[in-house]
Design a protein around this ligand. Sequence first.
Ligand code: PLP
Length: 457
Amino acid sequence: MNVITNHMPTDELQRLDAAHHMHPFTDGADLAKTGARVITGADGVTLTDSNGHKILDAMSGLWCVNIGYGRRELAEAASRQMMELPYYNTFFQTTHVPAIALASKLAELAPRDLNHVFYAGGGSEANDTNIRLVRHYWMQKGQPERNIIISRKNAYHGSTLGGGSLGGMSGMQTQGVPVIPGIHHIDQPDWWSEGGDMSPHDFGLERARQLEKAIEELGAHRVAAFIAEPVQGAGGVIVPPDSYWPEIQRICDEHGILLIADEVICGFGRTGHWFGSQHYDIRPHIMTIAKGLSSGYAPIGGSLVCDEVAEVVNGAGDFNHGYTYSGHPVACAVALENLRILEEEKIIDRVAAETAPYLAEKWQGLTDHPLVGEAKIVGMMGSIALTPHKDSRAAFAAEAGTVGLHCRTRCFANGLVMRHVGDRMIIAPPLVITKDEIDTLIERAVTSLDETYDLIR
Ligand code: PLP
């Protein structure tokens, strides 16, 4: 067999990659021309690529490496579990210790009575589970016509057919989704782009009340659930106005519909709380979890379910749903070790008390830059809106995303992973980032913004 290693020349790795590897969310033709960036190692908050460049990863991989790279304890937990029991399923009245231990730990950490977990391989699968769970629940309650799930435009809930249908991103909506009937989208609470002349407060209320309007138009007896990320992540770290979530909670309560908080990004410390729902004082019936659950060291996700929904579903015979890797023992063992580290090392407490306020101050300072309109940040997730004219919140004359892409390219060249969503630049660094590393992040961001500004002037 041809052995392919880190020591091969970069261009040869890129050639093989382009020839045989189809990448997610990537233009394959572009990739064949430029070659992928080959990452060969990582430690703490820093990546190394195949040319030996060191890059500060201000995106935690894909919003997931909350405890940072290179923690031996997680590798050891995986190795121990692989030796003891590498796999067994959790179907047909079977279980194992890692699945039990993680479920118990999650019940302890989760807010309110979210005491039950249905495991999945990641966030998309968990959201597919949620579609089935809520429809099955209402069916068992004798209300089968309650099967519509309301979601939001520009939301991201995954890439399976279910997750993609729940999500509201235009780029995905034209490529084979939505395919699931009974999903309705309302507008997002993005004041910068869509708020017009309204104050953020009034705009937040207006966007929340779209939920009430949709419920009235569709018929309250037909609406099963509302799903939303506490802070939209992939949509561009859209931090909702303060008026938004209390109004959403009121509407869900008054109309008796289930609230699903998609915590795939916000969960496990990202907002400075264990869950984004705690940051916004939301009381969800179901929470989608993944990513930070294992800090990305093993693929695992799940649905955390409240007592009422779990009792109805558990009391209704077989729930004909599950994945081969639901509650995979190695992934559960790794997640458990990750939660132990988050808790024992008080990582989330430190984010809330020290590093998030420090980052927030520096991040807000970026609005002094001529290209930056607004800067938003919650805990360890932030965004800046690039604009040619701050007061009018105007978009650039160039096609949306062109300036953002320039900026992202300059960031890479300057040793920083900062992602662009259109012309918003976003960060979500590992929760273990230090104040010195935050200084480096900001310095490299400013250099990249300066270079982008020079390029478009
Ligand atoms: N939900 C949210 C809020 C996400 O951000 C993501 C992924 O980015 C998903 C669901 C899908 O998770 P996965 O990629 O693990 O399937």
